[in-house]
Design a protein around this ligand. Structure first.
Ligand SMILES: Cc1cc2nc3c(=O)[nH]c(=O)nc-3n(C[C@H](O)[C@H](O)[C@H](O)COP(=O)(O)O)c2cc1C
Length: 332
């Protein structure tokens, strides 16, 4: 029997918080671990305490999580790392991939990729004092794919747990195509364990990538599972009937909505959060554009719930591989 792939739930800031990760895994399963959205340094503190609350181990039992940081200076990062170590974490991930201009301008995220010396200097300063394992999540470069290709051989002698590569450039943001060919090159250049990430949107895409990289064990999926929450479990070999799908989605939505009703401050935050989720989830329903428009327009909880009702009534949630309409407009 072939070994099951190891699947990471990708960090999606604004969506994959502790409640989402836990309910997702409880209802749909399929993931082995998650990486949490990044913790960024604050003007007067290395972290926002609310972000640490999201990482409390007792709240994260359904799906083990790796905390992630965006820092580019050692002292703040080490202080955060010690806090995380104190509450029981053994592994932390460095975000060298965020493409947001306000992040890259400060030479953080993928903004550091053109500066390999800065990256190596930071590693030299932190690794001897870091109380936990370090991994990196990155892209092929900020502007050119030779940026990561230059860095990877120089990372070979550092004790890194693994390197997760989203096969786009920072300057592409989330647009344009991914570049699996360049990932092959990364496999040649790196002695570290690599994880593939980017646009795994359906089972056929996953199988094609698995065929292209037959020795690769570790994969990360983000927007693909937000659009089709059954994807990770399907990759692991599970099958779901249309009726099961509808029921599971309904139960997931209900618990998520109730959870956020309690934890978020007021209806506008609640609707804002649910709309971020439906931006992707609408793709699981026939007539996704119409559903997304209705949900986006909802200004009250009553209107929101009516739109959700419409979505579930219109669904017999389509087949495991989504409709042609959903595929063409997966990320509206
Ligand atoms: C709205 C949004 C927020 C994201 N937040 C993070 C983040 O906090 N940390 C991170 O490393 N990547 C973040 N990402 C990138 C994803 O983790 C992932 O690398 C990217 O979406 C490509 O994978 P996918 O095609 O499977 O979604 C974010 C992506 C999106 C669209």
């Amino acid at each position: 029997m072939t070994k099951q792939p190891f699947l990471y739930l990708a960090p999606i800031r604004g969506i994959t918080d502790c409640l989402f990760r836990s309910l997702f895994q409880h209802h749909f399963g399929g993931f082995d671990q998650a990486v949490a959205p990044f913790i960024n340094p604050q003007p007067r503190s290395p972290f926002d305490p609310r972000q640490l609350r999201d990482l409390q181990p007792e709240e994260n039992t359904a799906l083990a999580v790796v905390p992630q940081f965006l820092h580019s200076e050692p002292e703040g990062l080490l202080s955060l790392a010690h806090r995380l170590h104190d509450i029981g974490y053994t592994h932390i991930n460095w975000n060298l991939g965020c493409p947001a201009p306000m992040v890259t301008r400060k030479r953080r995220g993928s903004g550091l990729l053109p500066y390999p010396e800065t990256i190596l200097s930071l590693l030299d300063q932190i690794l001897p004092r870091l109380p936990l394992q370090l991994s990196i999540k990155t892209r092929l470069g900020l502007n050119h794919k030779d940026e990561l290709a230059t860095l990877l051989p120089r990372l070979n002698d550092y004790p890194l747990q693994e390197i997760i590569i989203h096969t786009r450039l920072g300057k592409q943001l989330y647009k344009g195509s991914t570049d699996p060919e360049s990932f092959s090159h990364c496999l040649e250049l790196s002695r570290h364990t690599l994880v593939y990430n980017g646009d795994i949107t359906d089972i056929n895409t996953f199988f094609a990538l698995q065929k292209q990289f037959p020795t690769l064990q570790r994969w990360m999926i983000g927007r693909g599972v937000l659009a089709d929450p059954f994807l990770a479990a399907t990759i692991k070999g599970e099958e779901f009937s249309a009726l099961q799908r509808t029921r599971m989605l309904l139960a997931f939505h209900q618990e998520l909505y109730e959870g956020y009703s309690k934890s978020l401050a007021g209806p506008s935050h609640l609707l804002g959060r649910m709309k971020q989720i439906w931006f992707y989830l609408a793709a699981s329903f026939p007539g996704q554009q119409k559903i997304w428009k209705k949900i986006k327009k909802a200004a009250t909880e009553e209107h929101y719930l009516a739109a959700v009702d419409m979505a579930f009534h219109s669904a017999s949630i389509a087949s495991p591989t989504r409709s042609a309409e959903a595929k063409n407009t997966l990320f509206p």
